[in-house]
Design a protein around this ligand. Sequence first.
Ligand SMILES: [Zn+2]
Length: 301
Amino acid sequence: MGVTTKGDELIRATAQEGMVRLICARTTELAGRARELHGTWPVPTAALGRALTAAALLGALQKNDEKMTLRILGDGPLGAVVAQGDAKGRVRGYVQHPELELPPTAEGKLDVGGAVGRQGHIHVTRDMGLKEAYTGSAELVSGEIAEDLTRYFLISEQTPSAVALGVLVDVDGSVMSAGGFMLQLMPGADDTMIDQLEARIARIGPISQYWSTGKNACDLMEDLLEGMEPKVLASYQPEYFCGCDRERVAVLLKSLGADELADMRETQGGAEVCCHFCSQAHYFGPDELQAWEQELRCKAE
Ligand SMILES: [Zn+2]
C-alpha cells in the first residue's frame, strides 16, 4: 500500500466491526534520538526504545491532552524505566542507569529482561490533565516489557492483548530499527479470529526486523488484519519531544519552600535542575532564588 520506507509512523485502526483494535508504529528515529539524548549503551538503548514505543502505542489510546506514563520498576541493574506518551504522538522517557553493560542472552540477544529484572511491577498512569490520575499495576513477567505490558492489560484492564516491541541495535551501538504493535480484542471476538491473529503474529516474526525488508506501518496493519476489513482511525508521526521549560521547573523549585531555596543559594550559589527526560540543564541564579524566597515568605505571613 504505502510507499514510505523511512521516518517514524503510527497507525491506529480497528477491524471486524470494532472487535479488533490495532495500534502499530515504526519508531526507529525516536528511539535513536533517545539514545543520543541519554547516551545509553546497547542494552539500555533497547530497553528505553521498547518503553518509548510502548508509550507511543499507549498514547494513541488517549484523547486530547491526556498522557500515559509507563513505569517499569524491576529488581535488575537498569533501575527504573520511565516513558510517557500522549495522543499527539509525543513521547519522552529515561532509564535510571543508561551506562549499563550486560552479557548477551543464551540466544545472543540483548538482555533487556536481565537488565530490567524479572521481579517487580509495571505501572501505567493515565493522566487526564485533572487533579486525579488513574494508575493500574501488574507484576512483571519477564522484564522484556512487551510480555509485561500484555499481562498488565489482562490483569489490570481485563483486555486480552498481544504486544510486540523491538529495537535492533547496530554493532556501533546506534539504533538500526525499532517498532511495535498492540493488538487488542474487544468483547465478542471468537476463537477462530484469535487463532487467525496468533498465526499472523507468528508469521511476522521479530518486529525489530520487520522494517528491514522495506515494509511500513501500513504493510504491518495489512499483514495482521488482511481480510478483516481494517479501518484506519488515525495515522501520524510519533516523535521524541520533552516540552520541559524553565518556567515549569521554576514552579517545581518554588514548591520546595523558602528554606530549601535559601539553602541552595547559600551552599551552591544557585540552583541547577537537569531534566530527566532530555538532559537539558535549567539554571537559576542567586538573585532569582532570593526573590522567590521573599515572595514565599510574604505569602506565608
Ligand atoms: Zn526536558
